[in-house]
Design a protein around this ligand. Sequence first.
Ligand SMILES: [Zn+2]
Length: 159
Amino acid sequence: MAFRVLDSSAFYAGIPFSSNEPSYITPLVYNEIDHIKKDHDAIQILIETKRLTINEPEDQFVNAANNAAKKSGDFSNLSDEDMSTIALSLQLKAELVTDDFAVSNVAKNLNIKVIPVMTTGIKHVITWKYYCPGCKVNFSNVTECPRCGNKLKKKAIKK
Ligand SMILES: [Zn+2]
């Protein structure tokens, strides 16, 4: 059976809630989705019923993902969550469900099978909001905070 790794865009699109296939996410993605308070019980049930497993990728796979992202020029567009997701897909030889262009690009360069969120039959459209975890200010079109230099984090907004 093929493993499936989800990034946060796949998670926000509701894939783990609408599929019986077991999914994997990294601890960083779990922390990112943790703010969806209304779905919090649903997430706990997924974990308890083993439909969702949280797994930390090993360093060697994180390094391989970092190297591939630097090579393809996508590194500055990718968050730590994104990098961990690519690394876990590589480690588990899993299919990666994402709608993030940079994530897909790096994953394909590593011969990871990428499944676009769209093709899973999910209709929600996600847009991303970028914010500085230090200054708590939102930005667009930049990956680093112009005020303090922190790497920006992103949050999905359902339309
Ligand atoms: Zn800042």
